[in-house]
Design a protein around this ligand. Structure first.
Ligand code: KG4
Ligand code: ZN
Length: 346
């Protein structure tokens, strides 16, 4: 049963995990940097990379200890080397390369978005029937994937502006709530009426599988502060009590309606037999309830495998290990996903 050490440092969580056989999680350690970034209401890249540098070795050590193994028992070292914040990625990639070199073990670089899709396999039986449609929704990504298998994945739609998690975080900032905004708004939404405020649902062109959340975010801003040049609809300060819960629920139902409708279109267009959901926003209560509207088997894991973690990285790497596909020791940190065209330089 090959044991793989996985390393995660794509954004603001430092993670290390030991996974056996691609699905059995022996340890999954995540050191969150939320407190460091909270006062900026978003991730500050330089702070993130410095914190990764401090945390990475203790986190790896703890993952080994929790799994009750030594470094020598690790079969391969896996790292999420794309996409992400370049300074953050470099810390995990450098640690992984150094360990692989020192241990003379294979290095396996995996795509973090691909790992989010793979997360549904962790500790799970049965596996999703294929073809499937995959949704990765987080603070950095909102994208749909056609999956013919766990390895044959293609991008079929993505956000043209904000990621849905980013919209949650920014709306929370508008409302004077804490960071990250997703869990706070989700909790408030459960006490509110989702029909209280009719926010726009942006579906874009007919049959489009792309997303846009920036208009919704602006609609919340205008609702709270008033449309510039016009009298404010509400006093120029965030609502409280039931009005705040109703606002959160209305924002949440606009996000969820769009995610579900796009999933439905994608599933129809690709004749999907199941739906796979990963990324931090897949923890959302409203989204989880609404997924049952799709009338397809839905695969989504518990919170610790939805948000950024290294278990999904180590799990996915098992497939590369089986196929004998290893990365060279000069593996690069790359800011964009393997499923996305590289940005064109102008
Ligand atoms: O996957 P993740 O840990 O990191 C990224 O790759 O971005 O996702 C973090 C994002 C944040 O934007 C956070 O606000 C959002 O996921 N999030 C949620 C919930 N829990 C986390 N959004 C909505 N509802 C939640 N329950
Ligand atoms: Zn992520």
């Amino acid at each position: 049963m090959p044991l793989i050490l996985g390393i995660e440092s794509t954004c603001d969580e430092t993670g290390a995990a030991i996974v056996a056989d691609g699905w059995e999680v022996r340890s999954n350690v995540v050191s969150s940097q939320v407190d460091l970034h909270a006062k900026y209401r978003g991730v500050v890249p330089e702070i993130a990379s410095r914190a990764h540098l401090q945390n990475i070795l203790p986190v790896i050590r703890e993952a080994l200890q929790t799994a009750g193994i030594t470094l020598g028992q690790v079969e391969a070292v896996a790292v999420a080397h794309r996409p992400g914040l370049i300074g953050s990625l470099l810390i995990g990639v450098t640690a992984a390369k150094t360990l692989a070199w020192a241990l003379r073990k294979p290095l396996i670089g995996v795509d973090h978005v691909h790992a989010h899709l793979y997360s549904v396999v962790l500790e799970a039986n049965p596996r999703p029937p294929m073809p499937a449609v995959g949704l990765v929704c987080s603070g950095g990504h909102t994208a749909l994937y056609a999956m013919r298998s766990m390895d044959e994945v293609s991008l079929i739609g993505s956000t043209r502006d904000d990621a849905v998690g980013e919209a949650y975080d920014k709306v929370a900032a508008i409302l004077g709530l804490g960071y990250p905004g997703g869990p706070i708004l989700d909790q408030l939404a459960q006490k509110g009426d989702g029909r209280a405020v009719r926010f726009p649902r942006t579906f874009l062109e007919r049959n489009s599988l792309d997303f846009s959340f920036s208009g919704l975010k602006t609609a919340v801003l205008y609702h709270v502060r008033g449309v510039p040049g016009k009298a404010p609809a509400l006093p120029n300060q965030p609502p409280t009590g039931q009005a705040l819960a109703d606002l959160a629920a209305s924002f949440q139902s606009a996000c969820v309606d769009v995610l579900i409708e796009k999933l439905r279109r994608a599933a129809d267009q690709n004749k999907s037999r199941s739906v796979i959901v990963g990324g931090g926003v897949s923890a959302n209560t409203g989204l989880r309830q609404a997924l049952s509207r799709l009338n397809l088997p839905v695969f989504v894991r518990q919170l610790r495998y939805c948000t950024d973690n290294a278990a999904m990285t180590a799990g996915l790497a098992h497939r590369y290990l089986n196929a004998g596909q290893f990365s060279p020791l000069d593996l690069d940190a790359i800011p964009y996903s393997r499923f996305t065209e590289p940005p064109v330089s102008r």
